[in-house]
Design a protein around this ligand. Sequence first.
Ligand SMILES: Nc1ncnc2c1ncn2[C@@H]1O[C@H](COP(=O)(O)OP(=O)(O)O)[C@@H](O)[C@H]1O
Ligand SMILES: [Mg+2]
Length: 348
Amino acid sequence: MKVNYLKLNSFRNYLMAEAEFVSGINFVFGENGAGKTSLVESLSLLSLGKSFRGSDDEELIREGDDYAVIKANVENVGEYLISISKQGKNITLNNQKVKKISDIISACRLVYFLPKESELFHMTPDKRRRFLDLSLSTLSHSYIEEIGKYRYYLKALKDNYKFHDEDYQNIVISKLAEYGNSVSQKRRKIINRLNQELQEIAQILLGDAKLQLSYLANINSENVDDYQKKLKDSLVYKDDKLAVRGIHLDDMQLTYEGRDAGKYASQGQNRLGVIALKLAMAQLIKKSYGQDPLLIFDDVLSELDSEHKKRLLTILKNYEQVFITGVTCKESDVARYQVQDNQVRRII
Ligand SMILES: Nc1ncnc2c1ncn2[C@@H]1O[C@H](COP(=O)(O)OP(=O)(O)O)[C@@H](O)[C@H]1O
Ligand SMILES: [Mg+2]
């Protein structure tokens, strides 16, 4: 993927800013608070339809303004127009209204790294499920729908359990098992495939250090009947609340040299582990579609030693277009963009 052109109006700190980007590494540099992350954040909306920082849409509108607009051109995809107001958001791609986020996720596949994600394996499991869900949404068109239906039936089961209508419960449980089992199989498959890529990436990025990703499925099932049985057996109704096991409680684990990264690896090793995982995801997309994802690595170099920096840049150079942000840019053979006074300027 390649973003050719971007224009921001009233987005975050930018009143009006525009830039043309190039193939290869686009290095965005500037002082703390200059607007580097905000700039690349606007690109995340082209794929995710929302901020990769997890911010509410309203926070993206420049303080004091009524609405924000992002205009962009992505090579071989087309013209994006995203407008965000307090009333809502409208996304068009080539003048067609985007109705489902899954449509733009697959039009412009994105892999990003944010510094706070270094702690991914120290965080609560929901953050790792979010990574899995986003990765799967990028690789499977039907995934978002399935997980949405699963959540719907989970809520239906919990809300209606006290009425003890067994027929209704059985229908809901069978639906829950159908979607739960399907999601679980997809998660198992992607973790296996990510793990294969991870072995190769780890060798280039880390040398000898061995990384291993594993799926901690809350219900380990062979098939949908098995899932349904285990789900049903696990139900516990107590104090007006129903406890349900299933994919909403899944987790994954990264081991670094055979030891649980979340528990034993250093901060730097965790950061490298998560970076390797993101690169594995990028490689998986590249292999699956024969097309590079857009890569955004926010503030990734500052905490790395020079050897790992060099190795990471060597890997990143294999992608069609990569955005890296940092306070200073010491790299040669990258396109440099300076963010200053709420403007973006290419430095030649
Ligand atoms: N909605 C907003 N309106 C105006 N300014 C904002 C808004 N959201 C964030 N900012 C400001 O934008 C600036 C840039 O933030 P950020 O992109 O995170 O900086 P950097 O990544 O360069 O350190 C910060 O000073 C922040 O306070
Ligand atoms: Mg930043």
